[in-house]
Design a binder for this molecule. Sequence first.
Ligand SMILES: NC(=O)c1ccc[n+]([C@@H]2O[C@H](COP(=O)([O-])OP(=O)(O)OC[C@H]3O[C@@H](n4cnc5c(N)ncnc54)[C@H](OP(=O)(O)O)[C@@H]3O)[C@@H](O)[C@H]2O)c1
Length: 269
Amino acid sequence: MIKRVGIIGIGHLASYLVEGLRKASKDIEIILSPRNVEKSASLATQFGATVAKNNQAVVNVSDIIVLTTRPEDTRVVSEKINFQPDHTVISVAVGLSLETLKPLTTPATVVRAMPISCAAINQSPTLLFPDNLRARELLALLGQVHILTDESIFTPASVIGAFYGWIYALLNEIISWTAQAGVPHQIARNLVLEAVRGAANMALNEPKKGLDIMLNTLATPSGITEQGLTVLRQHQGMSAWTFALNAVYEHLKEKRKLSSVSKKEGGEY
Ligand SMILES: NC(=O)c1ccc[n+]([C@@H]2O[C@H](COP(=O)([O-])OP(=O)(O)OC[C@H]3O[C@@H](n4cnc5c(N)ncnc54)[C@H](OP(=O)(O)O)[C@@H]3O)[C@@H](O)[C@H]2O)c1
């Protein structure tokens, strides 16, 4: 059972993780790195965490350590820390491969994960590679864990982390339109968010049913769903999403290539 979780890099993602961990367990000790004094102190007060005096002190008292620094900082941070064989390290740095992470964290066990901000409400679909009992136990406190069997899948699956952000942009656009058309803003917001939750839950409730089949039951010939879909397609409203997914995928593949070249040359990432 996990008792002590250390988190290094107290920024946006770390805040969501701390909130979700504390909601899931009153017993886990959460130890935070001290950089960004105000944020660490405020999280410590709000969620009953402890702020260590430096990164090494976080590691020294933790069984499992989550590195929530930005990818370029993760290399620098890890190089300066002495890990022990009984440590498990979770890196969430987008684009940093295990090949890059292993020499930086040896002799600890290192895994990659990709939680998203809804970890704060324990609903993060989180990628994990490779499977590891401690990491799985910890991440399961934050939502559904998806264990990948091959690291090459990590890159395309990570693109969904970007898609998660775009959802907010899309929903904001629809809410604004609805409110501008005269629907009170709070009603517009609830209508849109509850419609999305309902659609997601309908699909999740029938895991084997294709979404295209579900859509067919909504798009009555000459009805308003079909009318809007035709306009969306005329304006590349669907293919624009594929272009965006492709762009992020290509970027991550390039980043991964650079990260491993930099490691072989011993240079800075
Ligand atoms: N944001 C998300 O929702 C999300 C989702 C999935 C994965 N990720 C991954 O999570 C990581 C963090 O993302 P983020 O959005 O949370 O970034 P962020 O808000 O910039 O947080 C990173 C934090 O690390 C701190 N840091 C930098 N160097 C450090 C050091 N030597 N020791 C201790 N702390 C140090 C930074 O401090 P300074 O600001 O003072 O430099 C910053 O507070 C990234 O690798 C990203 O790829 C993020």
